[in-house]
Design a protein. Structure first.
Length: 220
């Protein structure tokens, strides 16, 4: 049972996170700030890390993977420009925290994770949060979502050497794709606009992500 004290404590920490780590930097989109202020990040980390849930750094989530720091989650979401009617594909479910933020801001989120234990943990956390607009898949997300579906927005939460072709093909024209791109320890956080047949990209900043392991990503 969670005591009211603990709940209040986390609500305070969440408000401080929005104030200091997001508004205090360059997160300006009111919808993104509202979503970050609503999703209980403590429920997406393990018991051992609950007390650090609102620190502005990544935390381990198991099988050598990490939950991204709150600022990066907010920045990537802001760059993705999600709209209420958007269908979003997320590659790298991880803890499900970014998924929850996206679910707050769009019509539907389709999320793929290669580790079944992480996908299962995320499904439990998202169910507890009450997100009813998320579909989960387990497998290699570099190959895209199965079938012919296209998406308004695509977000990769693991680093790729270049944008996997199947994902570029699943982006609608006028769609936006956000991904960490690069082969080194530090990658470029890149935002691509689909202008018809061409992805036009720009680099937002440097970032550090775990590699996307898969057919169109990195080798294991
Ligand atoms: N947004 C997540 C980030 C998790 S880290 C969070 O905030 O918790 C990136 C995730 O991508 C890891 O869970 C990793 O297992 C997953 N991943 C790596 N390669 C993948 C692939 N080819 N397909 C799907 N998921 C992949």
């Amino acid at each position: 049972m969670v005591s009211f004290d603990e709940k209040d404590q986390f609500a305070l920490q969440r408000a401080q996170m929005v104030e200091h780590h997001l508004l205090g930097r360059d997160i300006r989109d009111p919808a993104v700030l509202r979503a970050m202020g609503r999703v209980p990040r403590e429920d997406f980390v393990s018991q051992a890390y609950r007390s650090q849930a609102y620190a502005d750094h990544p935390l381990p989530i198991g099988v050598g993977q990490t939950i991204s720091q709150p600022y990066i989650v907010a920045l990537m979401t802001q760059c993705l420009r999600p709209a209420r009617d958007c269908e979003i594909l997320e590659v790298g479910t991880g803890s499900g925290y970014q998924t929850a933020i996206l679910a707050e801001l769009s019509a539907r989120v389709f999320t793929i994770e290669r580790h079944h234990e992480l996908s299962e943990q995320a499904q439990t956390a998202l169910e507890k949060f009450g997100a009813a607009n998320v579909e989960f898949a387990i497998g290699d997300g570099s190959r895209g979502w199965s079938g012919q579906r296209q998406f308004d927005r695509i977000i990769l939460t693991a680093a790729v050497p270049s944008i996997p072709l199947p994902l570029a093909r699943q982006l609608k024209s006028d769609g936006v794709l956000v991904a960490p791109v690069g082969s080194g320890a530090v990658q470029d956080l890149a935002v691509y606009d689909n202008r018809g047949d061409e992805l036009v990209g720009r680099i937002v900043c440097g970032c550090r992500f775990v590699p996307l392991i898969g057919e169109f990503g990195f080798r294991e």
